[in-house]
Write a protein that binds this ligand. Structure first.
Ligand code: ADP
Ligand code: ADP
Length: 225
């Protein structure tokens, strides 16, 4: 079954067209990689799918709900309740401990503090960060910080994880550790993943790859031709 879909989505930043009738469907539990050159519209497509940007025309659907016509408040609630996010850089809150960072989506979702910290702490062994719960994000390496950011994206059990260049700031070995964790955790939870990357080695972790070119989605089997 389709979990998330964009139909003929058009989006411009002022006079810069970013998406020109982009269409894509993400299956429940599927890990989908969106590839394509810089500036082709990958991030904009992710933001439209996630209800962060509202298309100029076209439709976005999640689980039988039309997303693009929802109010900002309802889109915000949808993001908080059903979606998780992990980006390339700078996403941890430096004033908080790392376990508080992981717990944030739970706290925002109304889970009580002790329970949220307990659930967040449960991630640390598999992150390879046991005993580091009380550190600040500035004390972590890039790969450690990204694993913490990934745990935060997944801790509330989202239906869809949006990952925009999650390994873009990491060397290839560290990036592989992040992708191993992303894939195994998403599979365990049945979370769909929308993964934006320009690295073929990262896209290889996905079940399926699509290509974005000039604001349109091209099926992967047509990339080579
Ligand atoms: P990609 O993720 O494939 O690199 P983007 O979706 O970020 O592509 O960008 C698509 C196009 O929209 C590019 O031409 C880019 O310069 C432009 N763009 C992206 N974000 C903005 C913005 N905030 N303001 C103006 N133009 C933008
Ligand atoms: P990505 O390819 O992952 O979108 P970029 O470096 O293109 O990364 O963009 C980083 C940030 O700058 C994003 O928030 C994007 O929306 C914004 N941005 C990209 N292009 C432009 C632009 N032409 N004008 C203003 N903001 C832009």
């Amino acid at each position: 079954t389709t979990a998330l879909e964009a139909r003929d989505v058009v989006f411009s930043f002022k006079t810069t067209p970013a998406l020109r009738q982009a269409s894509i469907a993400v299956e429940a539990g599927e890990i989908l990689a969106i590839m394509g050159p810089s500036g082709s519209g990958k991030s904009t497509l992710l933001h439209c799918l996630a209800g962060i940007l509202v298309p100029d025309s076209g439709e976005v659907w999640f689980d039988g709900t039309r997303v693009d016509t929802l109010t900002e408040e309802k889109r915000s609630a949808l993001r908080r309740e059903k979606f998780g996010f992990v980006f390339q850089f700078g996403q941890l809150v430096p004033e908080l401990t790392v376990v508080e960072n992981v717990a944030l989506p739970l706290l925002l979702g109304g889970v009580r503090r002790a329970e949220a910290l307990r659930r967040a702490g449960g991630w640390f062994p598999r992150l390879g960060l046991e005993g580091m719960e009380q550190r600040r994000s500035g004390e972590l390496s890039g790969g450690q910080a990204q694993r913490v950011a990934l745990a935060r994206g997944l801790v509330a059990g989202p239906r869809v994880l949006f990952a925009d260049e999650p390994t873009g700031a990491l060397d290839s070995l560290t990036g592989e550790q992040v992708m191993d964790l992303l894939v195994s955790s998403a599979r365990e939870q049945g979370t769909s993943v929308v993964l934006v990357t320009h690295e073929p080695r990262v896209a290889a972790y996905a079940d399926r790859e699509v290509m974005v070119r000039d604001g349109k989605v091209i099926a992967a089997d047509r990339i080579a031709s």
